[in-house]
Design a protein around this ligand. Structure first.
Ligand SMILES: NC(=O)c1ccc[n+]([C@@H]2O[C@H](COP(=O)([O-])OP(=O)(O)OC[C@H]3O[C@@H](n4cnc5c(N)ncnc54)[C@H](O)[C@@H]3O)[C@@H](O)[C@H]2O)c1
Ligand SMILES: O=P(O)(O)OC[C@H](O)CO
Length: 337
């Protein structure tokens, strides 16, 4: 049995609390928001995000961190923008042996840093493990089969996460390509926005399949430029998460994209979804990273123009279709390099 501290009591934090409890671990679910914790502990259910999923009494909930935590495993489950702050708030209270894992998928917007870097800066004594892959909270909470990757530069820490969280409904692979795993998880959200916009425009399945395929090529191209291995993008945190996010109605990024395709502005769409839409910030970060590194990312460029410059999705599609002719082997070569 492990002591697990989950930071963030939203959809995924709550789903993981239920799952970890089912595995027989001692779980504490934390949010800095008193109202959120009081509502959750009174109802023992996240009525808005996970209706019908009972949070067992054995899951402790708190909005106040202890002076010292005995957690063996910490799971950061806040949106990306809050990762640095929530890690800073546990600085000095964790044991140096505690493994800090993170399920957030995105970047720190101001610095363009990856979240594993942000966590390592705040908690330098702890090993960091990034968890990513096709894993909608709604399905994890229901206990239907799900697979993810635990990526760390410290193989033993990744295997600790694998040993601790793997169970008959959650299969975990380990990987040491942290950059690739993180980029796959963060950037599939951008393609999911585009894919949703295709649906909102009523463009059909061909366009969506093209976006997913070429989108993965772009993600891999940036990833390789940043030191990731190409094969990581064919794995769960690349292709796997791209498929689920571009096709599932659980995806908040895809739902926001559908609204944009139907004519809403990005802001209106995000407000209407009413939940974390990580792809919005990730688009800006990916656009800036691609320019900084001189990596060609035409889909990301068009999504950026739609979200941040008011370009219509119709015009963005036309721009993509009008690009100069290319040989597909150039694309394949970039992926298999
Ligand atoms: N929901 C999913 O299906 C899912 C699956 C895999 C990964 N993720 C990723 O996990 C992360 C969290 O997603 P979510 O769906 O649980 O989000 P959410 O919006 O449902 O919940 C986030 C929770 O984080 C906490 N939080 C919010 N702002 C905070 C702050 N400023 N400081 C400290 N804590 C704060 C709150 O407890 C909040 O409920 C995202 O990066 C998301 O991409 C989500
Ligand atoms: O709801 P989304 O679009 O944030 O996607 C959630 C998860 O990342 C899917 O694996």
């Amino acid at each position: 049995m492990a002591n697990i501290l989950i930071l963030g009591a939203g959809g995924f934090g709550t789903a993981l609390a239920v799952l970890c409890d089912k595995c027989g671990h001692r779980v504490t679910l934390y949010s800095p928001f008193q109202q959120e914790i009081e509502t959750l502990s009174a109802a023992r259910e996240h009525k808005k995000l996970l209706p019908g999923v009972i949070i067992p009494e054995s899951v402790a909930m708190t909005w106040q961190l202890p002076a010292h935590s005995d957690a063996d495993l910490v799971i950061v489950a806040t949106p990306s923008f809050a990762v640095r702050g929530v890690c800073a708030s546990v600085k000095g209270i964790l044991s140096p042996e505690a493994v800090v894992s993170c399920v957030a998928k995105g970047f720190e917007q101001e610095s363009l840093k990856s979240l594993s870097v942000v966590i390592a800066e705040e908690l330098p004594q702890n090993s960091v493990v990034m968890i990513s892959g096709p894993s909608h909270a709604e399905e994890v909470a229901r206990g239907v089969p799900t697979t993810v990757v635990a990526a760390s530069r410290n193989r033993a820490a990744a295997e600790f996460v694998q040993d601790t969280l793997m169970n008959p409904t959650l299969r975990i692979y380990v990987n040491d390509d942290v950059t690739g795993v993180e980029l796959g998880g963060a950037l599939k959200n951008v393609i999911a926005l585009a894919s949703g916009a295709c649906d909102g425009l009523g463009l059909g399945d061909n366009a969506k399949a093209a976006l997913m395929t070429r989108g993965l090529t772009e993600i891999a191209r940036l990833g390789v430029a940043m030191g990731a291995s190409t094969e990581t993008f064919a794995g769960l945190s690349g292709m796997g998460d791209l498929i689920v996010t571009c096709t599932s109605m659980h995806s908040r990024n895809r739902r926001a994209g559908i609204l944009i395709g139907k004519g809403r502005t990005a802001r209106q769409a995000i407000d209407e979804v009413g939940m974390t839409v990580e792809g919005y910030t990730a688009t800006k970060c990916a656009y800036e990273l691609s320019r900084k590194r001189g990596v060609e990312m035409p889909i990301i460029e068009q999504v950026y123009a739609v979200l941040y410059e008011g370009r219509s999705p119709d015009e963005a599609i036309r721009n993509l279709m009008d690009r100069p002719k290319r040989h597909e082997s150039e694309v394949i070569w970039l992926l298999s390099r």
